[in-house]
Design a protein around this ligand. Structure first.
Ligand SMILES: Cc1ncc(COP(=O)(O)O)c(C=O)c1O
Length: 373
């Protein structure tokens, strides 16, 4: 068996230990004679699995009792709508910070649903390579919204805006449990699981109970009301049972490896190793500004990405990027192609990626730079 180092932005690598446990339990989960895939979600075997997953989220993220932990479907993208439908109901106004693709999509969805969106800050002027500094948000907003880690652009908030009484909503899809986070600073947090938590298929939502309304914006479908899921322990309809089971196992792995603090230490070490290399290289450079850099997603360019738009320069840039990705793949370092909005390469180094993977990447990058000077 040959495992690769997988730098995918999501779905992404999972801890090998967890995959082995799932494999061992595939045909017969703890003497039940069934796979978790085959079980009724209302069975006595499954109930402890989802209860444990919730308990582990609460424990590892230090979630206070006045918050609900929900396991929903529809990905982060459905949360763009649910947030607006459920929270945009008093003044119908919301403040958004625009830090790239995922916040733009959230903004578009809120507008589509009739919420009046004020984009109070943006980093569009520099292709979203930094996080705008917005210390304080005031106004008669129903909520304020940020994308805490920008998977495509590779940026991350190093501060939490002070919103006073305005509930702060954050998309933490690509940084959940990557380091400690003070849940009490937020009204609502959500994360698609397919990066740090589990395979694709479940979305974790953590919402302060007083923000769960009885009535949403007019016409909101039952399935898009947080109340529906909060009142039914995420079992109003069939939940993504198997994904939640894997999520529970990943969380136990996180706990064994030091919890959120342990992850933070591990991730900082990995990110520092890679950014230090990039910052000291005359062949590569990071695309993001210091003070706004993601621990999870690291986009980088080579010296051939000059910004020149003449045909020869564009062709050379493409040739080098393609060569990098091809040779890296052959060396067992996969999914490094950059997003088209940034270009170059992107290494996503989520919780399950070890320092060994990052070192292997840097070794490859050194060799590639020498061969392509
Ligand atoms: C930060 C962020 N938010 C939202 C999404 C959308 O998630 P989904 O594909 O689960 O709808 C993504 C997907 O990569 C993401 O990175």
């Amino acid at each position: 068996m040959k495992r690769v180092y997988n730098f995918s932005a999501g779905p992404s690598c999972l801890p090998e230990e967890v995959l082995k446990e799932c494999a061992a339990e595939m045909l017969d989960y703890q003497g039940t004679g069934q796979s978790v895939m085959e079980m009724s979600h209302r069975s006595k075997f499954y109930e402890p699995i989802i209860a444990d997953a919730e308990a582990m989220v609460r424990k590892l993220m230090n979630v206070p009792d006045n918050y609900k932990v929900l396991f929903l479907q529809g990905g982060g993208s459905t949360q763009f709508a649910m947030v607006a439908e459920n929270l945009g109901i008093k003044t119908g106004k919301a403040a958004y910070i625009n830090t790239g693709v995922w916040s733009k999509k959230a903004i578009a969805e809120a507008k589509k649903l009739g919420v009046q969106v004020d984009v109070i800050a943006t980093s569009e002027d520099k292709n979203f390579s930094y996080i705008p500094r917005v210390e304080k948000i005031t106004g008669d907003y129903d909520y304020a919204y940020i994308c805490f880690n920008n998977t495509i652009m590779g940026t991350h908030y190093e501060y939490i805006p002070d919103t006073g009484n305005i509930p702060l909503v954050a998309d933490i899809s690509s940084c959940v449990l990557s380091e400690p986070l003070d849940v009490t600073k937020f009204g609502l947090l959500f994360a698609g699981a397919q990066k740090n938590l589990a395979p694709a298929g479940v979305t974790l939502v953590i919402i302060r109970e007083d923000l769960i309304p009885d009535e949403c914006r007019p016409g909101t479908p039952t399935m898009l009301m947080y109340k529906t899921h909060a009142e039914n322990g995420s079992m109003y309809n069939t939940p993504p049972c198997y994904t939640i089971y894997v999520l529970g196992k990943v969380l136990h792995w996180v706990e064994k490896n030091g919890g959120a603090e342990g992850m933070g230490k591990r991730n900082r070490e990995k990110a520092d190793y890679l950014y230090n290399f990039l910052d000291n290289s005359d062949f590569y450079h990071a695309t993001t500004e210091k003070g706004s850099r993601s621990l999870m997603n690291v986009p980088f360019l080579t010296k051939y990405s000059t910004g020149a738009t003449d045909e020869a320069s564009v062709a050379k840039e493409k040739e080098i990027n393609d060569k990098f990705v091809k040779e890296a793949t052959a060396a067992g370092l996969v999914n490094l192609k950059g997003h088209r909005l940034v270009g170059g390469m992107r290494a996503s180094i989520y919780n399950a990626m070890g320092l060994d993977g990052v070192k292997a990447l840097v070794d490859f990058m050194k060799k590639f730079a020498d061969e392509n000077k």
